[in-house]
Design a protein around this ligand. Sequence first.
Ligand SMILES: *Cc1c(COP(=O)(O)O)cnc(C)c1O
Length: 419
Amino acid sequence: MLADPRLTDATARLGRALVKDAVTAALQRVREGVLDAAEVVDDVVAGLPAGATSLRRVVNATGVVVHTNLGRAPLSEAAVDALVTAAGHTDVELDLLTGRRGPRGRGALAALAAAVPAAGAVHVVNNGAAALALVACALGAGREVVVARGELVEIGDGFRIPDLLESVGVRLREVGTTNRVHLADYEAAVGRDTAFVLKVHPSNFRVEGFTSSVPVDGLAALGAPVVADIGSGLLVAHPRLPAEPDATSALHAGAALVTASGDKLLGGPQCGLVLGDAALVARVRRFPLARAMRVDKLTLAALEATLTGPTPPVLGALGLHREDLLRRARRIADALGSGLAEAVPSEAAVGGGGAPGVVLPSAAVSLPSLFADALRTGEPPVVGYVSDGRLLLDLMTVPVHLDDSLVDAVRRAAAPGPG
Ligand SMILES: *Cc1c(COP(=O)(O)O)cnc(C)c1O
């Protein structure tokens, strides 16, 4: 059966094991009498996945721009092209002019350095947590790191910054209370054993009311190096997110090092950035653990294209306006028929990746909530959210070229299923 031309094609594309499993399952259905023996190949071909990964392309209609469960930042087309280019053999560590070994990922590192001129040097690791762990271990193992109690955050999935720091051998010197910390608290704690003062951006929550914290420029006056974990990876200030820290401002304010993620507001691949003082970055980069956090060629390629190419989707989404989104929502709702869908104003959010509490005025297509399951399990899967008994498909996070497929997906979900 595997020799059938339609299945040899599929085997070349998907691998023999996957196709064989599908054939075995179809033959089992023949034995059970639920499939005609003559239809086995057709049945197998119809049921085969489009590609060899079990990951599926999903339409993010949640209105959460950086959605962790949906893979955070979607890459720009330029970054996707770069991934494909780098996927085969590539000159990631070879200087083609001289034929000698070259510095790994020099293009990506140069692009990052150019994007943040305030940084004396830059380094890239696997993710934001790795950047912080590496900096902490290289500069602070066996010594004290001074940090505010209100900044000891849980990043997600049960992982916590304080546990991460202690796991690489630094001692935490916590200062202040959960809601307030003052410069005097830091002054009293900083001493001979201080490796650095850590400033962590509470990127996924907000404390309101009787609060105070010390900004980076205040901490910089303490004398110890300041490491700012800004989280979101904004390289320069963004006008729509005035309270969100960025690497350039943190360095200008006196941070010795900044750590950040690459796949939040930077809009690139998963990676971690270390930016700042050249001597400190060199120490971090040559520290033995750095080799265990090295990024691959795909990441380097996508990061470079994110930094040098057209605006990545995350920043594009932040630039959208409600009136334009409402116009799109009306067009989609009209195509679906007013009995079914309605265009409504909505509120989008940056998400766990940063800017907690910031409301992004947006627009959505509102549908009966019973569409949620059918859309999520359809092809392509469309994920929205239910609010006040209605399913909202927020358009801020849906690329405009997918509007027509959104219409088709809703029509399919509305059609009575087979049987
Ligand atoms: C997201 C975040 C991290 C963790 O970064 P990952 O890229 O998820 O490893 C660390 N610190 C802050 C402040 C963050 O926002």
